[in-house]
Design a protein around this ligand. Structure first.
Ligand code: RP5
Length: 164
């Protein structure tokens, strides 16, 4: 099975990526995860992207905050799908990272999830890999059903409380 290549700009992004890794692990999806920065370690970020296909990576998740160029820098060096996570920093409520990640020029796409959207990035990566993997698609269906059942349980509890 193809791996997900996860990269974050700083270890300060790690709490968001922990959710990504936990979600991938819960779906039995292999991954490798690195701290490479578009600005501080541009050669390592570029090499990770350029060597990914031969290293068994099927798609990327790239997370960064502030002037968040990491997802775009990865996308510039691969035609594998790249999912960007804008991470909320100390200013602008994450709008800086959101715009830096999402506003890619034509030709170099980045599929951007919500600010701090670590879980959805993992699920989108899973859905990309599941296009060619029926067993993974079945695990995703099971997760959707289980998540829906949890919401309905909460609704049932709320109705029971309100209708006492
Ligand atoms: C970005 O700058 C990183 O992705 C991080 O979100 C932000 C701040 O990095 P640190 O100064 O906390 O290392 O490159």
């Amino acid at each position: 099975m193809k791996k997900v290549g996860i990269v974050m700009g700083s270890d300060s992004d790690l709490p968001i990526l922990r959710k990504t890794m936990d979600t991938l692990a819960s779906l039995d999806i292999p991954f490798e995860c690195h701290i490479f920065s578009a600005h501080r370690t541009p050669e390592e970020a570029r090499d990770f992207a350029r060597n990914a296909r031969k290293n068994g990576i099927g798609c990327f998740i790239a997370a960064a905050g502030m002037a968040a160029h990491l997802a775009g820098a990865i996308a510039a060096n691969t035609t594998l799908p790249v999912i960007g996570i804008p991470c909320k920093g100390p200013c602008f409520d994450g709008m800086d990272a959101l715009l830096s990640t999402v506003m890619m020029p034509s030709g170099i796409p980045v599929a951007t999830v919500a600010v701090n959207g670590g879980v959805n990035a993992a699920l989108l990566a899973a859905q990309i890999l599941a296009v060619a993997d029926d067993a993974l698609a079945a695990r995703l269906d099971a997760k959707r059903a289980s998540d829906a059942a949890k919401v309905l349980e909460k609704d049932a509890a709320l109705q029971a409380e309100l209708n006492k």
